[in-house]
Write a protein that binds this ligand. Structure first.
Ligand SMILES: Cc1ncc(C[n+]2csc(CCOP(=O)(O)OP(=O)(O)O)c2C)c(N)n1
Ligand SMILES: [Mg+2]
Length: 331
């Protein structure tokens, strides 16, 4: 794969490229590990994995200011949390319901939040993050912080009423928010094409008088990153919200309880050939940005960090019964 024009022009630092690769490795290694733990009965509740969709989250989050800008996320939010740099130990402990978890073990996989890191929270309610995102964006606008919010949701969320309400409000108030639909072609077993009468969801931006952007290959990390750099600049300059859609695919079931009868093995295999991590690895090697050995080592370090997080979670205490009544109201 040759260098893209955009990269040649801007010359993304090697450190940044490797940081993005590491984030994708962490997402895959972390989720594959959690999947194995679920099968052993070691994870309470339901989990939804980001395996196969890594580039769509990492490319977007690499374009915002970590520790300043904010995100909201959904039930499939592991990838976004990791891309934003959450502590893996705290996240694994949260998923295993331990007191040392990011949310003290009270949220679990679908409700991971990391306010210090800018993650305002994942949400088990489809479309549930949208109202929070525009509320946070309104705060940034009123306080002139210069910060922006990226609101992540799936293709299945676009027919929720809140999608219309929040895009409309954000557009008339020109809020600094990026609505980002990660289109993995299905909402559980429902193909997105069977529930919309247009080709793609980004086209709905026209209804709110805001720009709509399409990332046809959401498994191409640099395509996502380059597009987001452009969009982030536009939104930060005070031009109002944007709707973005990226096409990708989840390799695993909708959740850990999905028999997966609605798609064929051929379809899944076809998408595995478009593996975002393998493609970016080839790109780094072909362009002599890193050697195969260096990237293997990076993967080893990533796997060790995930193993470490499991040890941390397993050795952590359960939340106390009394703690169920803490953190309910703001002080
Ligand atoms: C308001 C609401 N309706 C239905 C559900 C059940 N549900 C959970 S995930 C999901 C599908 C979401 O699909 P999509 O937004 O495309 O995200 P994906 O799982 O594909 O990442 C549904 C219908 C829910 N959690 N909340
Ligand atoms: Mg979907």
């Amino acid at each position: 794969m040759a260098k893209t024009n955009a990269q040649k022009e801007r010359d993304i630092p090697r450190e940044k490229l490797l940081e993005m690769h590491r984030a994708m490795l962490d997402i895959r290694n972390f989720d594959n590990k959690v999947n194995r733990l679920v099968k052993k009965g070691m994870v309470p509740g339901m989990t939804h994995f980001s395996v196969g969709e890594e580039a769509a989250s990492v490319g977007a989050i690499a374009a915002i200011k970590k520790g300043e800008d904010m995100i909201t996320s959904n039930h499939r939010g592991h990838g976004q949390s990791i891309a934003l740099g959450i502590d893996l130990n705290g996240m694994m402990a949260e998923i295993m319901g331990k007191a040392t978890g990011t949310c003290k073990g009270k949220g679990g996989s679908m409700h991971i939040a990391d306010l210090d890191g800018g993650n305002l929270g994942a949400n088990g309610i489809v479309g549930g993050g949208m109202g929070m995102a525009i509320g946070a964006a309104l705060t940034q606008k009123m306080k002139h912080t210069g910060k922006i919010v990226v609101c992540f949701f799936g293709d299945g969320a676009v027919n929720e009423g809140t999608f219309h309400e929040t895009l409309n409000l954000a557009s008339i108030w020109k809020l600094p928010v990026i609505f980002y639909s990660i289109n993995n072609l299905y909402g559980i077993s429902t193909p997105i094409k069977s529930v919309i009468n247009i080709d793609y969801n980004y086209q709905r931006a026209a209804a709110y008088g805001i720009p709509g952007h399409f990332i046809e290959d959401g498994n191409d990390l640099l395509a996502v990153y380059n597009k987001f750099e452009e969009i982030v600049e536009y939104v930060r300059e005070g031009n109002g919200p944007v709707l973005v859609e990226a096409i990708t695919y989840r390799w695993l079931g909708h959740s850990t309880s999905d028999p997966g009868k609605y798609r064929t093995k051929e379809e899944v295999d076809e998408w595995k050939k478009k593996d975002p991590i393998a493609r970016f690895r080839d790109y780094l090697i072909e362009n002599k940005i890193a050697s195969a050995k260096e990237l293997d080592e990076l993967n080893d370090v990533s796997q060790e960090a995930v193993e470490e997080s499991v040890k941390f979670a397993l050795s952590s205490p359960e939340p106390t019964l009394e703690s169920a009544f803490e953190d309910i109201y703001a002080d």
